[in-house]
Design a protein around this ligand. Sequence first.
Ligand SMILES: Nc1ncnc2c1ncn2[C@@H]1O[C@H](COP(=O)(O)OP(=O)(O)OP(=O)(O)O)[C@@H](O)[C@H]1O
Length: 841
Amino acid sequence: MTPAMSDCLTDEQQRRIEENRQRALARRAERLAQSQQKHYGPPTGQSDPCVPAQSKGPAIGSGANPPKLLKQTASLPQTNVGGHSALQGTEEKASRETLQAPWASQIKGNGISKLNALNKMDSKEESSTALNSIETKTEMAAQEAAGSGTQATKFYGTGVKLKEIVLSSEQISATIKDNASTMATKKPACLVKGKCVAHTSERFRVEVSYNADLIMVFKSMSSRNYDPATKMWNFNLEDYTNLMEEVNKLPFVALTPLEGMENVDVKAAVGKSRDAAALGALLKLCSNWQKPGATTRGHCVLVSRTRFEVEVGYQVDVIAAFKQIRSKSYDMKTRKWNFLLEDYKELMETLSRIPAVEVEPLPRAVLQTFSPQFERSVSSLPEIPEADLSSVDSSLTRSLMPFQREGVNFAISREGRLLLADDMGLGKTVQAICIAAYYKKEWPLLIVAPSSVRFTWAEAFRRWLPSVNADRINVIVKGKDSLSSGLINIISYDLLSKMDKQLPATSFRILIIDESHFLKNMKTARCKAALPLLKVAKRVILLSGTPAMSRPAELYTQILAVRPSFFPRFHEFGARYCDAKQLPWGWDYSGSSNLGELRLLLEESVMLRRLKSDVLSQLPAKQRKVVTVTTDGIAARAKAALAAAAKEMAKGHRNKQQEKEALLIFYNRTAEAKIRAIVEYVIDLLESGREKFLVFAHHKLVLDSLTKELGDKGISYIRIDGSTSSADRQSLCQHFQYSTKSCVAVLSITAANMGLTLSSADLVVFAELFWNPGVLIQAEDRVHRIGQTSSVNIHYLVAKGTADDYLWPMIQGKMNVLEQAGLSEANLSENAESASFCCKV
Ligand SMILES: Nc1ncnc2c1ncn2[C@@H]1O[C@H](COP(=O)(O)OP(=O)(O)OP(=O)(O)O)[C@@H](O)[C@H]1O
C-alpha cells in the first residue's frame, strides 16, 4: 500500500484492516504448522513456544510477509551466537548484498555440509560460527521462497535462536534430501561459480554471487575489505593462496583463478618455505609500504643469492637503522648499504617506523624464490638433487652429456617448469625429450615449434625415445588434422593459432615450446593461442637459445608461462625491470632496470642458461644435425614434376649411367620443391636470433630465392657463387668476418667450398645435399678452422620423398669408406641423426 492511499483511510478502517490481517495470519500460521508436521514429523520439542511456526524453517516456502511477525521475532531474546553480532555490520550486509544466485541449489549443498559439521561440533563457539552460515542460509531460503528477498530478510530479522536454527537446518536438510540423493553417486556439480579479478596492483577482488560458506572464508582473511560501491570483497594478494586453498575445500563453490595465477599450485607457492607463516609475514611487508607523506624514498634490490641492497637518499634515521643491523656492509664504490637476506624483515620493520621514509620492498617473486634465505637458521639454498631417470629410455639417459644431465635435474627440481635457454646447439632438444619422458605418465604431450622444424622433432623422438611407438607421434600438418590423436603431438605456431579453438585448453598437461621467444609479443596470434594452454599445463618446458633479443620486456610472457605467480600483471614486471615510464600517450616499457636482480631471480627458479664456452670441454668440435623439412605447399606443377622424377628414380635402371641421370633430374626437382622450406628455415633462424651463419646450396634457383628473400627483408648478406671474382671473394669474406650485425653468407657448395675463411660464424646450414662428402666437409671447414673458438653446428636440411632419400645414405656410405681408409676424421653419420632418416616415403 502506498502512503498516499493509507492517508485516505479513517482510523476505524485501518483498525479493521489490521484485525483482518492478523486473523488471516493466524490462520496461515496454523495451516503451516500442520503442513510441517505432515512433512517433517512433530517438532523435536526444542522449539520456543513463543515463536510462531512460520518463523521456522519450512516457512521459507510460505511467502509470509507480516510486519507483526517481524515485531514478534525481534522481541525474542537475542541469542549472541559467538561474535555473530560483530559480523552483522557492513560485512553481514555485504553477505546479503552479493545475493544473486539460485538459492535453492546452494542450500542443497551447504545445508547438508554445514549441518553435518554442526552435528559434530561440541563447543559452543564452533556451533555459533556454523550458525552464522545456517542462519544466513535460512534467510536466503526464505527469500527465495517468498520471492521477495527484502521482505524475507526483514521477517527473519537478525537474531534467531539456536534451536530455531537447528530445526530450520534439519528441515532444509530434509527438503533437499530427496534431490540430493539423486546426486549422491556423482561428484556434486559446482553451484556457485565466480572469478578472481585484479582490483589494484596489490589487491584482487572476487566476483561471485552469494554463498554463506564463501562469506565465512572471506571473513577469515585478514586483508579482507568489502567495497560497498561494487558490492564485492577484495583482498591483498598475500591472501590469494590461502583464500584459494580454503575455497577449494568448499564442495559447491568454484572460483576461476586470478589471471596469470591459474597454474599456481597454491601449496607450492609457499610450501617451499620451511615456514610458510614466515613467508606470509615477509609478503605482508610487500603491502602497505607506501607513505604518502614521505620525503625520502628508496627501494630494495637483490644483489646476490644471499644479500640485498637498499637504495635510498640520505636520512639520519635511516643510517641509524642500517647500523643496527648485524650483517650491514657498506660498499664504498656504489655508496650503498647491503645486508643479508635473513636481516631483511628486521630492517624493513625498522624502516617502516620512520614516518618520513618510504622504502619499496623486494618483489614478491624474489621473496618466494629465495624464501629459505630469509630465515636465520638456513645457511644456504638447497642443492639440486640427482633425478631418478630409471623410467626413461636408457639409450637416452646414457647419451646425456654431464651438463645436459644437470639440465634435466634442474628441470625436475623445478617440477617440470622451466625456460631452458642453453646456447644454440647444446642439445636443448635431447634434454627436453628426457624431461618430458620423465613425466610420461602425464602425456599426451604437445610440442609447439616453428613449422620448419616440426619433422625434426618427430625424428628426434624416434631417435631418442625408441620405446615410444612411432605411430603414436602425430605431426599436425593441416588444419583438419586432429590436434591430440597422438601420444606425442607436434604443431607449428601458425597452425596452433588457427586451430586453438578446436582444442580444449585442458587437453595437455605437458608442453614443450620450442623457440619460445616466438611468444615474446603478447599481442600476436601465436601468443594468444599458446598462453591459455600454458596456463593450464602442469609441466611447461620452454626452449630458446635467445629468450630475449633486445629488452627485458620480451621475457615477460615466458616468465609468465613458467611462473604465473611471479608477475601476474605485466605492469608489475615492467615497473621493476623495464624502467617503466609514463609518457603522455601511455607507459613505455622499452627500457631496462634492476637487471642483476632479474638475472638472479631467473636463474634461481625460471631459467637455465649455459653458453657454449661454459661447457666447451664436453662438446665435440663439430655437431651435425639433420633437419627434416617438408615439401608441403609447393606449386602443383613442381609437385607433379617431383612425383614424376621420384617415379622414374624408383623404377629399375639398366645401368649406372641411367640411374645417375635419373638422380640428377630428381636432384633438380628436389631443389625446386625444397625452396619454400629452405627460405622458411633461414628466416626462422634469423628470428631465433642467429646473427651470422653460412647457407650452402647448389642450384642457382635456390641461391637466387634466398638472396631475394633476404634482400626483401632488409637483412644483410654476402653471396659467393661461380660468377664471383677472386677479388670480390676476398672483400666479401672480410665484410662477413667483421660485420657486427646480422649477416648471412649465401654460398655455392661447389664454388665456395674452399679457400675462404668465415670463422666468425659457428653455424653452417646445408640447404641442399651434394653427393661428394669431401666437398661437404670442405664447406663445413669454412667456419671450423683456426680462429674458431667455439664448437661448430652444422645443419643438413633434408626432405623426405625427394632425392635426399638417395643422396644422404650415399654420402654416409662414401664417408665410411673414407674414414676406414684414414682419409677423413669426421664421419657424417657420427652424431648426426641420420639413422632415422634413411627411409623413403
Ligand atoms: N648427448 C648427445 N649425444 C649425441 N648427440 C647430441 C647430444 N646432444 C645433442 N646432440 C646433437 O647435437 C645437435 C644439436 O642439438 P640440438 O638441436 O638439440 O641443439 P639445440 O640446443 O636445440 O640447438 P638450436 O638452438 O640450434 O635448436 C643435434 O644433432 C643433436 O642430435
